[in-house]
Write a new protein. Sequence first.
Length: 334
Amino acid sequence: TSDTQAYKLKHNTKQNKIRLKARIYITVVRSFKMKNNKMVRAKLLRVIMLMHAIIGLPYTVMGLSMSYYMMSCPAAEQIVTNTVNNALRADPTLAAGLIRMLFHDCFIEDSPANLSLRGYEIIDDAKKKIEATCPGVVSCADIIAMAARDAVFSANGPYYQIPKGRFDGKRSKIEDTRNLPSPFLNASQLIQTFGQRGFTPQDVVALSGAHTLGVARCSSFKARLTTPDSSMDSSFVNTLTKTCSAGDNAEQPFDATRNNFDNAYFNALQRKSGVLFSDQTLFNTPATRNIVNGYAFNQAKFFFDFQMAMQKMSNLDVKLGSQGDVRKNCRILN
């Protein structure tokens, strides 16, 4: 029937758009790797944004919108981007903190998991500048989501767009931190925990790839050093033991390029050099090993899947309307 044909045409057109977007994105990412300088990256960013417009990607998600601040605070995104870029030029290690902040914020509604989180001052600075331009309009939740996106891109990772319009939660309780996945979970437990939030095993591995930035403290992995662990390379055991000789707060990078967003994290897992138990278990488990191997071989594939997973992460437990409000100060409830 004509209705059936129309449906098939619409469905095929949508699928073709998705495939076209994937091909364009992978090409652009490869260009990033070959021509890694600020001018080229800026031009390629404009290409990505143009392709988003041409291909016709969804403009609204769950009541959020890419153009949410277009009329009420058009300078908001640029203020966040400039603030993040200036901060990371001074201290590139803060990129990891900004990404972790989004994860913690989305997973447990405005409650930081521990005092090791870094980057609060960047959020505060962006919020202060935005409030001076358009007071009471831009939420801290949106600022955190935008800052994490810009941190990934600043560290040479993929650029992705996110819809805006989140409100800030009205609850901030330390007991909520129990909901965060532990660094001692195995792959099955990680898949179950994330699966309850709508994430696939592929999402789990892609999001874990954020560990390509930053460090882990000895307190989070020292238990692996007290009993024999065949999943760890013996020389890497010696490296971690040396790190922990400086105390529980001593830091160990997740991979050799701690300030560069790449697929080195997955290469480390293949070498049995994952820092956390929850890292290495992704390679040790058949359900996720092939995904790890795929990302270790194909960085563009990792970038694309990470982009999709981060967009999904930023849409977790979104507060709209009376469910939340716009905080005047990101550190305290209104």
